[in-house]
Design a protein around this ligand. Structure first.
Ligand SMILES: Cc1cc2nc3c(=O)[nH]c(=O)nc-3n(C[C@H](O)[C@H](O)[C@H](O)COP(=O)(O)OP(=O)(O)OC[C@H]3O[C@@H](n4cnc5c(N)ncnc54)[C@H](O)[C@@H]3O)c2cc1C
Length: 408
């Protein structure tokens, strides 16, 4: 068991970890280590299009080694715990690594075990999810195989990554079934825990027209609580009355409940007494509320923004500058305003760009065009523009201070 030391240690080499490492690197920081056991990195926003038959799964995967910036040490191990008083991270191998500043971004945990029956059903008999790389292509297989019956699209209560993804796949499927002439034979049911289609009224009103157009039966303030793959039924709970009812299905797109990874929950860095276990940070500075040399961003942080790559694009420059200032002994001055965007695909070739911040008001960054309606040019942005920007701008630590939605 060995203990090494680096000036800056980053936990997780996903969207947030690589964006921060690349940007710190370009600021001339020489002693950075990034901890991640995975040899692969994924551009997850495209998994929606994979499930909808509009993109190839292979294009979303790259070798981690091709993304970790030169001069950054890759510790290919899993973080397992923190000793913040000693400024140490414990690793699964038994080794530990010390730091002057720590950036925590290991992503979110998919809690399929909180949705009984789902784990064993996935990938078989019409049950799939776009939330896992290897299953997104199965979603598309099952959509193509479905020509009649009931199709259920689920969304759990509580924060999840890309809260728009549970409904985007419903619209892609509906548009495909419409083109095949079978939409009229399919009872589409979208089960949402929320009281409306979206938290920002301007976007909700567009989405209300979309569900009407496809004839989707939206069950608001409801949640799928169990899946019985033998009976081909889901249990749906009315969140107001607590009443449960069953619904037979031919196809289900499952989105599981989500939380911080269990080892984060159990660590001294999590929000005390909060079951989801997010890393306890100030929502503007992204600095830990009890350990000043610790920062977090991305899906694992407690900041109440929409958990998206788009948010990370705005968080990363704040974290990087605040880490640099902290190490120089200066005050922490950079603030994140909660910006996030959700590119909501509403058909096989249309998209609405929902941009907002902590105020939950529209926060438009694309000039000249009206991005608050369904558009073909926005669809091209989603399919081609955003992936290009992800690999060539965000992952290279470039261009993150200029305005714009080109995050994910
Ligand atoms: C279906 C789907 C659609 C989406 N659509 C959009 C969209 O349209 N727009 C958008 O902006 N966002 C979208 N997102 C969300 C976006 O992908 C995430 O918000 C973003 O990737 C989060 O980045 P992150 O760095 O926090 O976590 P991740 O990118 O998930 O990376 C976490 C990293 O931590 C590593 N890790 C895990 N455990 C450990 C450990 N113990 N020790 C060390 N490393 C560890 C993992 O291997 C991984 O590399 C979508 C996500 C999904 C699943």
């Amino acid at each position: 068991m060995t203990t090494t030391h680096h000036r800056i240690v980053i936990i997780g080499a996903g969207t947030a970890g690589i964006a921060v490492a690349a940007r710190l690197n370009s600021h001339g920081e020489k002693d950075i280590a990034i901890v991640d056991p995975s040899t692969k990195h994924y551009y997850q926003p495209l998994w929606t299009l994979v499930g909808g038959g509009r993109a190839n799964a292979g294009s979303t995967e790259r070798n981690q080694s091709s993304l970790i910036p030169k001069h950054v040490t890759w510790i290919q191990d899993a973080a397992a715990g923190f000793r913040p008083e000693e400024r140490l991270v414990d690793l699964a191998s038994g080794d530990s690594v010390g730091y002057d500043a720590l950036v925590v971004c290991p992503g979110i945990q998919l809690d399929f075990d909180q949705l009984p029956g789902s784990k064993e059903a996935l990938g078989k008999d019409g049950v799939s999810t776009n939330y896992r790389f290897e299953l997104a292509p199965k979603t598309w297989d099952f959509i193509r195989e479905t020509t009649k019956g009931t199709a259920v699209f689920t969304m759990p209560s509580g924060p999840i990554k890309c809260a728009g993804a549970p409904q985007k796949i419903a619209y892609l499927a509906a548009d495909y079934w419409r083109k095949q002439g079978v939409l009229k034979d399919i009872n589409m049911v979208l089960v949402l825990p929320t009281p409306g289609m979206f938290g920002v009224p301007e976007f909700a009103s567009v989405l209300e027209q979309v569900v009407d157009r496809y004839g989707i039966d939206v069950r608001f303030k409801s949640e799928v609580t169990e899946l019985d793959s033998d009976a081909k039924e889901v249990m749906i709970k009315d969140l107001d009355s607590g009443e449960q009812s069953s619904l037979g299905y031919d196809f289900v797109h499952v989105v599981p409940p989500q939380s911080a990874p269990d080892w984060i929950k159990a660590s001294p860095l999590s929000v005390p007494g909060e079951a989801k276990g997010w890393v306890d940070i100030d929502k503007n500075t992204m600095q830990h509320v009890r350990y000043p040399e610790v920062f977090a961003l991305g899906d694992a942080g407690s900041s109440p923004n929409s958990k998206t790559g788009a948010a990370i694009r705005k968080q990363a420059p704040v974290v990087v500058q605040n880490v640099i200032d902290l190490l120089k002994g200066n005050g922490i001055t950079r603030h994140y305003d909660g910006y996030a965007s959700c590119p909501i695909v509403t058909s096989q070739n249309r998209m609405l760009l929902a941009e907002f911040d902590y105020t939950m008001r529209p926060h438009k960054t694309v000039p000249l065009i009206d991005t608050q309606k369904e558009r073909y040019d926005m669809w091209l942005l989603k399919k081609y523009g955003l992936p290009f920007m992800y690999w060539n701008v965000l992952m290279k630590g470039r261009g993150m201070t200029t305005p714009g939605a080109f995050a994910s």
